[in-house]
Design a protein around this ligand. Structure first.
Ligand SMILES: [Zn+2]
Length: 358
C-alpha cells in the first residue's frame, strides 16, 4: 500500500486530510486494487470498507450485508466492478465525507422553564433533572471543535395552543378523547381544524422574552453560535427545531446547516423524548448523518425515551456518549451505520424523477 493511501485510510492521528490532491484518490484505488486491473471488485471494495470503518484505536468495525448494497450503488453500470470513473464519484461523495465530516452541534431547549421553571422536568414521570445536561454539554463545547453550534429556544406567544390554561380559547374536535371541561395538564386532546390537530397540554412555559425562555444561566454559549426559535406560531406546537408539528413553519435550521455544508448533526438537550427526539428524526429526514448524545439529554418519560432511541437507530442514526464525540468529529472513529446512511442519501438523490403519465 502506498504511503498516501495508508495515510488516508489509517487515520488515527488528529490530522485533517488534504483532498485537493487527485493522486491521493488514485493511490487509494491502487492500494485496494489487489489484482491491478484498475477497478475494485466486491471483495476489494469490502477490504476498503474494513479499512475505512474503524474506531479511534484502529480496530475495524464488523461489516454486514449493507456493504454489498453500497457496492451496487457505486457500480453504476452494474458490471460487478467499480471502475475509475465510478470510484471518482465514490471518493468525492462518500469516502471524503466519512473521513472528514463537517459537524454541527444542536443544543435543544436548555432553557430555565425546563430546568427550574414552570415545566421543570423533575415533575414529569421520569423525574430526571434537566440541570444534569449542563456539565457534559459545556465540556463538549470546550473540548470538541464543531464546525457550527446551534441553540434552539422554545419560544411561545402568550396565546399558544399547547398551554393548558389556553384551552378555552379554541374549540375541540368531536374526536377528542377528552372534552374541554375535563381536560387537565399532560392530557392529549384534539383541536378542531382542517385537519384536526392532536395536542398534548403543557403548563404555560417558555413565553417569549420572559425569564423562563432564557437559556439556563450556567450553559456555555459559544461565539458565532446560531439561535433558532421554534413554537412561535400560536396555532401549532413545535417539538422539532426544524419544523413545527404540522410542518407549516420552517425555522430555517435546515437551510442554515446546508449553507455551512454540514454533513453530521449531533443532537443533545431537553427533552430527550420530545424536542430532542423530534429534532433528531427531522435531521435524518433532511439527509444529515445524525448522532444523539445520550448523556447530554434528559427527558419526560422513560418508555418514550426508549422509543426515541429505537426510532433513531432504526433509521441509521447512532447514539453515543459525550466522551466518544471528539473522535467522531475528527473522523478518527468512523461508524459503518453512518456510512450506510450517507450511501442511502446518495441513492435517494440518484433516483430519477417519476415519469409523467400520459
Ligand atoms: Zn413548548
Amino acid at each position: 500500500m502506498s504511503s498516501a493511501s495508508t495515510k488516508l485510510i489509517d487515520s488515527s492521528s488528529d490530522d485533517r486530510f488534504d483532498f485537493t490532491c487527485r493522486s491521493e484518490m488514485d493511490a487509494c484505488l491502487a492500494a485496494f486494487d489487489k489484482n491491478c486491473d484498475g477497478k475494485l471488485d466486491p471483495n476489494e471494495f469490502r477490504q476498503l470498507c474494513k479499512a475505512l470503518f474503524r474506531d479511534s484505536t484502529g480496530q475495524s468495525y464488523p461489516l454486514d450485508a449493507s456493504v454489498a448494497d453500497i457496492f451496487n450503488l457505486f457500480d453504476v453500470n452494474a458490471d460487478g466492478q467499480i471502475d475509475r470513473d465510478e470510484f471518482v464519484y465514490c471518493w468525492n461523495n462518500w469516502i471524503k465525507i466519512i473521513v472528514k465530516p463537517i459537524s454541527a452541534l444542536l443544543v435543544i431547549d436548555v432553557q430555565n422553564d425546563f430546568i427550574c421553571g414552570t415545566l421543570d422536568i423533575r415533575n414529569c414521570p421520569a423525574q430526571q433533572n434537566g440541570e444534569d445536561v449542563i456539565e457534559p454539554i459545556n465540556h463538549l463545547l470546550d473540548s470538541v471543535d464543531f464546525d457550527a453550534v446551534f441553540y434552539s429556544h422554545d419560544w411561545h406567544p402568550e396565546d399558544h395552543v399547547s398551554f393548558v390554561d389556553n384551552l378555552h380559547l379554541r374549540k375541540l374536535h368531536e374526536s377528542s378523547p377528552i372534552a374541554g371541561n375535563n381536560a387537565k395538564l399532560y392530557d392529549t386532546v384534539v383541536f378542531d381544524g382542517d385537519p384536526p390537530m392532536v395536542q398534548r397540554l403543557w403548563p404555560r412555559h417558555c413565553v417569549q422574552n420572559t425569564w423562563g425562555s432564557e437559556l439556563y444561566k450556567d450553559l456555555k454559549v459559544v461565539d458565532n453560535a446560531v439561535k433558532i426559535y421554534k413554537g412561535t406560531n400560536p396555532e401549532v406546537d413545535s417539538y422539532s427545531a426544524f419544523w413545527d408539528n404540522s410542518k407549516l413553519t420552517d425555522t430555517k435550521l435546515e437551510a442554515q446547516l446546508k449553507m455551512r455544508n454540514i454533513t453530521d448533526v449531533y443532537v443533545c438537550g431537553i427533552a430527550y423524548d420530545v424536542c430532542v427526539g423530534a429534532t433528531a428524526a427531522d435531521a435524518i429526514v433532511s439527509g444529515f448523518r445524525t448522532i444523539l448524545i445520550d448523556d447530554c439529554c434528559r427527558g419526560v418519560d422513560l418508555l418514550d425515551i426508549e422509543k426515541t432511541k429505537r426510532n433513531l437507530t432504526k433509521n441509521h442514526g447512532i447514539i453515543v456518549s459525550s466522551n466518544q464525540v471528539d473522535a467522531l468529529v475528527k473522523g478518527n472513529d468512523r461508524r459503518p451505520e453512518l456510512g450506510y446512511k450517507l450511501a442511502l442519501n446518495l441513492k435517494a438523490m440518484k433516483q430519477p424523477a417519476p415519469k409523467e403519465v400520459n
